[in-house]
Design a protein around this ligand. Structure first.
Ligand code: YSA
Length: 425
């Protein structure tokens, strides 16, 4: 079992090796080697495999760590409601936002109610089907619900002190495009863009070479995302945009637009692209989407998907998905749990009043008897339900160490799992 869940940790996703590997090495070297520039947050994102590129590269590495240390910043990420739920591919960007928020920065999740109607060509080999405003609106409701569920879940289970979390704002870019006149938009925004730069974007180049080509609507997409960044910069002081690597071109357009309009420096950060075992971008393609909505992909199917992926070529970005799934554990039946954690010892026990973390670990035979086991807990090597349990004397708390389905999932070290099922709660 240990192997199986460790496998899930390591192979939750394959991360497409990026064109510019040296860029990644440089990123790491810079965050590691320059103490004056080191930002705990960026380094921690990097070490978790959640950071792929920064833009503009040198400025981001020279100034961004200081900016993040100087006080709460606002960071945004956009989600186009082209389906009625988020999917597993979106998860790294969301987890990135959660980390910013946990570090006290304000985050904006921007629903692309307007941009979904244009259709982002990034990372796509063909044009999206046109969506009606009513469909987009309905999809936006589903995505809003998923976002709220994930952020609330993070607040409840992963935030030791919720009062230190940054603010979460959810906006919809339809709110500012619905009143724009097309002439106004092109004359004010369009004139700030250069054709050469727009044509050079990877998303455009790859499509121009395809048989189908690219519509003007899709080509214009970068203008809208650029304007959003500007708008959030003006209204919310937002200086950082986060997205998957496929978003880099759009983020660059925003950077250029803001620089041109205000002379100010803003930054882009990308998370690695999660791909299927065939190397395709994990997304919402019919039939193989892995949804972040338990009604569309059950928690069991969700885990199963990642367990089935092969173990090889995983670069960074490892156990993020695994760690975000307490709720999923809570929703699984005993049979599903045992199937999932196939190699984990499964103990059914009666809960005595005052049972501590140490008692639980000993009863699960997860730690050695005597002072060595005690020390393993103190040293931080034990997790219960995905939270580090570093106090051996702590009495088990319902809702934290014991989930509502009576489960305590103990992890010792990286890959040793033990399931305790408390019969008396
Ligand atoms: C962004 C900013 C705006 O101002 C307006 C709209 C947007 C949305 C953006 N253009 C877009 O289309 N995003 S998306 O809805 O396709 O995906 C949401 C986020 O998840 C993006 O950052 C995207 O890069 C990321 N994502 C999607 N599939 C992914 C992935 N990240 C990693 N791996 C995948 N497989």
């Amino acid at each position: 079992m240990a192997a199986s869940i460790a496998r899930s940790c390591r192979s939750v996703c394959r991360v497409k090796s990026h064109v510019i590997f040296t860029k990644t090495s440089y990123l790491k070297a810079s965050f590691h080697c320059s103490p004056s520039k080191r930002s705990g947050l960026l380094l921690s994102l990097y070490n978790r495999g959640l950071l792929k590129e920064s833009f503009p590269e040198r400025a981001a590495q020279a100034e961004l760590p200081d900016l993040l240390r100087s006080g709460p910043q606002t960071v945004y990420c956009g989600f186009d409601p082209t389906a009625d739920s988020l999917h597993a591919g979106n998860l790294l960007a969301i987890i990135g936002l959660l980390h910013f928020r946990a570090a006290g920065h304000d985050v904006v999740a921007l629903l692309g109610g307007a941009t979904a109607q244009i259709g982002d060509p990034s990372g796509r080999s063909s044009e999206r089907e046109r969506l009606s405003p009513a469909t987009v609106e309905e999809n936006a409701r589903g995505i809003l619900e998923s976002l709220h569920r994930i952020f609330t879940h993070h607040e409840l289970h992963f935030s030791p002190d919720p009062s230190r979390l940054g603010r979460l704002t959810v906006l919809n870019n339809r709110s500012w495009y619905k009143d724009w006149q097309v002439l106004e938009f092109f004359s004010e925004v369009g004139r700030c863009f250069r054709m050469g730069t727009m044509l050079s974007r990877h998303s455009v180049q790859s499509r121009l070479k395809s048989a189908e080509g690219m519509s003007f609507t899709e080509f214009s997409y970068q203008l809208f995302q650029a304007f959003d960044f500007y708008r959030l910069h003006q209204l919310h002081g937002c200086r950082i945009q986060l997205g998957g690597t496929d978003q880099l071109g759009n983020i660059m357009s925003g950077h250029e637009f803001i620089h041109r309009k205000t002379g100010e420096e803003v930054f882009g950060l990308t998370v690695p692209l999660v791909t299927t075992s065939m190397g395709d971008k994990l997304g919402k393609t019919a039939g193989n989407a892995v949804w972040l909505n338990p009604d569309k992909t059950s928690p069991f199917e969700f885990y199963q998907y990642f367990l089935r992926l092969p173990d090889n070529s995983v670069e960074g970005c490892t156990n993020a998905l695994y760690h975000s799934n307490i709720q999923a554990l809570e929703q699984m039946s005993d049979t599903e749990l045992q199937e999932l954690f196939r190699e984990a010892p499964f103990h059914e026990l009666f809960l005595d009043p005052g049972t501590t973390v140490l008692d639980a670990c000993r009863r699960a035979q997860a730690i050695p008897e005597g002072p060595h086991g005690y020390q393993m807990i103190i040293d931080g090597g034990v997790w219960i339900n995905h939270q580090r349990a570093a106090n051996p004397e702590q009495v088990l708390v319902l809702g934290q160490h014991i989930l509502s389905n009576g489960l305590s999932l103990i992890r010792v070290g990286k890959r040793n799992f033990y399931i305790l099922k408390w019969l008396s709660i």
